[in-house]
Design a protein around this ligand. Structure first.
Ligand code: NDP
Length: 325
């Protein structure tokens, strides 16, 4: 068993903008980072069509292409990018232990968590079909709203995110229909007031989605039903936005790290530090407010710098290269 244990100075979990940015900085600081990509290599951006709000790409770039470029940049400085899924951790000792696919054990001096969050979807077959086709289903108005300028869209949800996104969409789109499953909002009063006072937002209460309609390639409408009367009707729309919350991918850390009530890792304000020394967090795993590629990248940079300073202060006795023992 012991000769299978690998010892690394800096392990990065996750391959979105946060993880790759952490890798670029850690690699350039000679920390020999090892990055595990997880179940969705490239992270949430790989489900986005066109990214137009990441600085440095004046013509825009597709999400998958951008993530390939992140990866290439991290590998240019010899980040060891690996396939694999971290299934278990033990942060109880000085050395942080992680297990890959339940088998391979790695001992790490520092760990940077960049596992992100996953948008929740309704789970309807038609919703998933057009999501995969990139044909008009989205969980991010800021990312994709622009493509629906002067068009009609539907948004599902009644929390602060849904209100914020509806408000954002209302500035771009001709009409926004909000589909709310109860007769009340969950959102804060002020956010509710904003959507209620916006002329081109129509709110349908006690309403749920029956089907996302389309022509096989793109969304053309949404069939909804009133859950009190069971009455169905169709709403013409080219975009279907889902804003029913996100789930941070943090389950495996819950026995060791402080999480908030929805599972986001609580970091020391203004830094990437967690409550465990040597364990840092970046990206959406700790951010339910901004959730942008550029903010995730920024916190990835912070995590690598914090990890480097932690190692320097500790006067690390770890070898610089990853090694077997
Ligand atoms: P929330 O969990 O607060 O709200 C989710 C909403 O989606 C609820 O209205 C819920 O309905 C609805 N919903 C859930 N599942 C379904 C479903 N299957 N079908 C239809 N509707 C569904 O998530 P948010 O992402 O809105 O917010 C998360 C956290 O982030 C909150 O603490 C929020 O305050 C915060 N936030 C703050 C912002 C700000 O301050 N600017 C902006 C955005 C988020 P129901 O109410 O019936 O359960």
């Amino acid at each position: 068993m012991s000769d299978q244990i690998e010892k690394v100075k800096c392990l990065i979990i996750g391959s979105g903008p946060a993880g790759y940015t952490a890798a670029i900085y850690a690699a350039r600081a000679n920390m020999k980072p090892v990055l595990y990509q997880g179940s969705q290599p490239g992270g949430q951006l790989t489900t986005t069509n066109e990214v137009e709000n990441y600085p440095g790409y004046p013509e825009g770039i597709t999400g998958p292409e951008m993530m390939m470029e992140f990866r290439q940049q991290a590998e240019r400085f010899e980040t060891d990018v690996r396939d694999g899924w971290i299934t278990k951790v033990d942060f109880s000792g000085d050395v942080h232990k992680v297990w890959v696919n339940d088998t391979k054990e790695i001992h790490c001096e520092t760990v940077i968590i960049s596992t992100g969050a996953s948008a929740k979807y309704l789970g309807l077959e038609s919703e998933q079909k057009y999501l995969k086709l990139g044909g008009g289903v989205s969980a991010c108005a800021v990312c994709d709203g622009f493509f629906y300028r002067d068009q009609e869209v539907v948004i599902v949800g009644a929390g602060d995110s849904a209100c914020e996104e509806a408000q954002y969409l209302s500035k771009l789109c001709k009409k926004v229909t909000m589909v709310v499953r109860r007769d009340v909002f969950r959102a804060s009063k002020i956010m509710q007031a904003r959507v209620k006072n916006t002329e081109n937002i129509e709110i349908l209460y006690n309403t749920e989605t029956d089907e996302v309609l389309g022509d096989g390639q793109v969304v053309t409408g949404v069939r909804v039903f009133n859950n009190k009367t069971n009455e169905k009707h169709e709403i013409p729309a080219t975009g279907f936005f889902v804003a029913i919350g996100h789930k941070p991918n943090t389950d495996i850390f819950k026995d060791y790290l402080d999480l908030d009530e929805t599972g986001y890792i609580i970091n020391v304000p203004g830094s990437s530090k967690t409550n465990v020394e040597g364990v840092f967090v970046s990206g959406d795993a700790a951010d339910h407010v901004y959730r942008q590629a550029v903010t995730a990248a920024g916190t990835g940079c912070m995590a690598a710098l914090d990890a480097e300073r932690y190692l320097a202060a500790k006067d690390s006795e770890f070898e610089v290269t990853n090694m077997q023992y």
